[in-house]
Design a binder for this molecule. Structure first.
Ligand SMILES: Nc1ncnc2c1ncn2[C@@H]1O[C@H](COP(=O)(O)OP(=O)(O)OP(=O)(O)O)[C@@H](O)[C@H]1O
Length: 322
């Protein structure tokens, strides 16, 4: 049984008095202890997906299950499930209350669950040690800490209740490069200690590659490909996934492809493939019908009419070498 699963999940919001579809038939699952990387350009719906998983944004359609329990509607989102699914945010500053000391930020989730004071203090000392923060941070306020230290506090708070899944939404993008590497290593160590699963959302393809077992690629509100990390670079079938790595090894242009923001939401309601305007393979069929996300192998699904016929980057590289 997967830890978390989305089946055909849709999210609609009202913007400028119009209903817009932000997530469209999103389907994926995360197994216990694995890391699913989620990548896609700005505005494609990654944060919305994260908040929907946590019950913070209601799904308009589809089914969300956590360890087999249907949690699509927030009423089913019990305190127990909320404890087992935690989040680490991008913005280390606003994720913590500026008026609260770190001790109070870490004590509150335990106190509301009725954990005794002495047990709370022992657990807080334990998680501080695990995120490699000195005990004196407890008496400071968030503004007195560096960005990296604040993110460690965010991670400490996320592991306090021993969750099964942590959703990390761009957890390193506001940090300096050396600190980013430390946080990635910390996440890896904690995964081993707790048997954690991560949904790891990032624009940083190197971070995605470093941490993920599988990678889900999102484009304008839909998951267009899911594949094993080992195949992300060389076995991708969707033309959008392939553009992400079209310019390796420098990766600069790939990052540019990820930061393009053209989520013109109206286009989502069109009948055809949402990537067709940017796709070198677009055919008449792509203009007419939206491709479904279908399995094309072990741990590999793709939503492209031409997935079976296109050469993978690995094949193209081999061809060029011959
Ligand atoms: N409350 C809302 N009402 C209407 N539209 C919204 C709302 N929240 C987000 N959107 C729109 O939904 C789309 C997806 O937003 P979301 O923040 O999930 O994208 P993202 O992939 O996380 O982007 P980024 O990488 O920049 O954080 C965007 O076009 C955004 O403008």
């Amino acid at each position: 049984m997967p830890l978390l699963s989305f089946e055909d999940v849709g999210v609609e919001r009202v913007a400028a008095r119009r209903r817009v579809r932000i997530l469209d038939r999103v389907t994926f699952s995360i197994e216990s202890g694995e890391t699913l990387g989620l990548v896609g350009e700005s505005g494609c719906g990654k944060s919305t997906l994260a908040k929907t998983a946590l019950g913070l944004i209601p799904a308009s359609s589809g089914t969300i299950r956590f360890q087999g329990t249907d949690v699509t509607h927030s009423k089913r989102f019990t305190r127990d499930i909320a404890a087992r699914m935690q989040m680490v945010f991008q913005d280390t500053g606003s994720a913590l209350n500026p008026r609260q000391t770190i001790l109070s930020a870490l004590e509150t989730p335990l106190a509301v669950r009725g954990v005794q004071r002495a047990v709370r203090r022992t657990r807080i000392a334990e998680v501080l040690d695990q995120v490699r923060l000195p005990a004196d941070v407890l008496y400071r306020h968030p503004h007195a800490l560096s960005g990296g230290q604040r993110q460690r506090v965010g991670i400490a708070r996320a592991i306090l209740l021993r969750p099964d899944l942590i959703i990390c939404d761009e957890p390193i993008s506001s940090l300096d490069i050396p600190i980013q590497a430390q946080i990635l290593n910390l996440l890896t160590d904690l995964q081993r200690t707790y048997g954690l699963a991560y949904l790891f959302i990032s624009h940083d393809l190197r971070a995605i590659n470093y941490l993920s077992d599988r990678v889900a690629v999102m484009y304008r509100g839909r998951i267009v490909e899911i594949l094993r990390q080992a195949e992300f670079r060389s076995g991708a079938r969707h033309p959008y996934t392939r553009t992400l790595f079209a310019f390796v090894p420098g990766q600069g242009r790939a990052q540019a492809a990820l930061s393009v923001s053209d989520p013109s939401v109206e286009a989502i309601s069109d009948a055809g493939c949402r990537f067709r305007q940017r796709c070198p393979l677009a055919s008449e069929l792509c203009h007419r019908a939206e491709p479904e996300l279908i399995s094309i192998g072990v741990n590999h699904s793709v939503a492209c009419h031409h997935a079976a016929s296109v050469e993978t980057p690995a094949a193209l590289i081999r061809e060029a070498a011959e």
